[in-house]
Design a protein around this ligand. Structure first.
Ligand SMILES: [Zn+2]
Length: 148
């Protein structure tokens, strides 16, 4: 089996996910796998666990345990999560947003739903190093809305 991505120590945070070969824009990389939770049910998690819990658009969630959950947040990401229904349930995969060179770190924008601006910048501060880093892993649209 040839993997498109592989886990490796990251300069950003803990272990990250990296391109195991040159990847093309639009390519499906890896499924976001983990423990499934019914709509409205959220497991008890520590801070680190919170970034691995993926809320899906139907209200259910995945507590990520696979390689995809290792992918770090980036404010200028090279990949994104897309949902699609398969075998009767919603699933999520990481897709390349642009061509990615072998060895590049796979980053996606977590867009965490947070309860306050303070939480966004204290608990979920970001130092991804992108020129346009917004300083938080929180959902920027949500923050703008709350400021009004
Ligand atoms: Zn950032």
């Amino acid at each position: 089996m040839i993997f498109k991505v592989t886990p490796k120590r990251s300069g950003l945070h803990g272990k990250g996910l990296f391109a195991a070969k040159d990847l093309s824009a639009g390519e499906r990389l890896i499924e976001y796998k983990g423990i499934r939770y019914e709509k409205g049910v959220v497991p008890n998690m520590d801070i680190d666990g919170l970034t691995k819990f993926l809320g899906l658009s139907d209200g259910s969630g995945i507590d990520g345990t696979g390689w995809a959950a290792l992918a770090n947040h980036g404010c200028n990401p090279n990949s994104e999560l897309r949902e699609s229904e398969s075998r009767g349930r919603l699933r999520a995969w990481l897709y390349a947003l642009r061509d990615i060179k072998q060895g590049e770190e796979i980053l996606w924008d977590y867009r965490l739903e947070v309860t306050s601006t303070k939480e966004a910048y204290s608990l979920w501060s970001c130092a991804c190093g992108a020129d346009d880093c917004r300083g938080t892993m929180a959902n920027p649209e949500r923050l703008r809305k709350r400021k009004r």
